[in-house]
Design a protein around this ligand. Structure first.
Ligand SMILES: Nc1ncnc2c1ncn2[C@@H]1O[C@H](COP(=O)(O)OP(=O)(O)OP(=O)(O)O)[C@@H](O)[C@H]1O
Length: 262
């Protein structure tokens, strides 16, 4: 059981009589890279919040990095998890320097840009910004960045603490075609690095699945349509059920493309 990074058994989240997710049974192992795919409102972010120890289930059990939600101190657990999301981005003060957005992750703070940081941490932050292709922006303030540059900065931040679990919520949303392709390539390199943490990437689009991702969970209206190895799960039938449309799925090399059947 030691290799399980996430384990959810019979998990449900209810709010005001509505089920945001229900009866989710899901495990993520150390060397796996998962894509969570589904339409708007399917419950993807809810699932990611459960995995990120930001939300407790209403039903069932959630174990993250061997710790049972509800029985563990989430403040000790969260630094072991790297999270990048639009919600986190919106909490970064506009005048915080890009390098500090990254380096401050090691101190579990946001927006304390005058803090003195260790030189080793600053070097590490620069290295991660370089990995994501935005090292040249290290001295810019976060508020002046484009959407794509912000996304890359937040992913660098998510990696700063050498997390055991990396959670990426729609990392390519809002990027132009070139930006998306570049990010997919960088996330693919990360996915193929055996040293990289177990990862979960949430997206609406099969085009955004980075090569090297191994598994998929398809979610519709809070329930799992299919889950398992990417090539088994990503079929026209499953995708059509997930998005409630008759979809055509194409695979070109290690990338996927989908559109509505004419
Ligand atoms: N606090 C809440 N109270 C009631 N309903 C909620 C609450 N939070 C989320 N929801 C609803 O739960 C459903 C799932 O939300 P969630 O954000 O997990 O979906 P998602 O798959 O990430 O969607 P998107 O792709 O649009 O970001 C949505 O219908 C949303 O409106």
């Amino acid at each position: 059981m030691d290799d399980l990074v996430i384990r959810m058994d019979g998990v449900g989240v209810r709010r005001g009589g509505n089920a945001l997710v229900s009866d989710v049974n899901w495990s993520v192992e150390l060397d796996e890279r998962w894509v969570v795919l589904g339409p708007n409102g399917a419950g993807k972010t809810t699932l990611l919040k459960l995995a990120g120890a930001e939300l407790h289930p209403s039903d069932g059990t959630v174990d993250v990095l061997g710790e049972r939600m509800g029985r563990t101190n989430v403040f000790e657990l969260r630094p072991r998890i790297g999270l990048s999301s639009a919600a986190l981005g919106s909490r970064v003060p506009g005048d915080e320097l890009v390098r500090d957005v990254v380096v401050s992750a090691g101190y579990s703070v946001l927006g304390r840009w005058r803090e003195e940081y260790d030189e080793m941490d600053t070097d590490r932050a620069t290295e991660l910004l370089d990995l994501l292709g935005v090292a040249h922006l290290a001295d810019r303030s976060f508020g002046t960045l484009s959407e794509g540059e912000r996304k890359r900065t937040l992913i660098s931040r998510a990696l700063m603490t050498d997390p055991e679990l990396l959670l990426l919520d729609e990392p390519a949303a809002g990027l132009d075609l070139g930006g998306r392709e570049d990010l997919v390539a960088r996330l693919s390199a990360l996915a193929m690095d055996p040293e990289a943490p177990a990862s979960v990437l949430v997206t609406h689009h099969v085009e955004e699945i980075p090569p090297g991702f191994t598994h998929a969970l398809l979610l519709r209206e809070g329930t799992t349509v299919a889950q398992g190895l990417l090539e088994d799960v990503l079929t026209e039938d499953n995708l059509s059920k997930t998005f409630d449309q008759d979809l055509e799925l194409q695979r070109s090399g290690d990338r996927y493309f989908a559109r509505r059947r004419a």
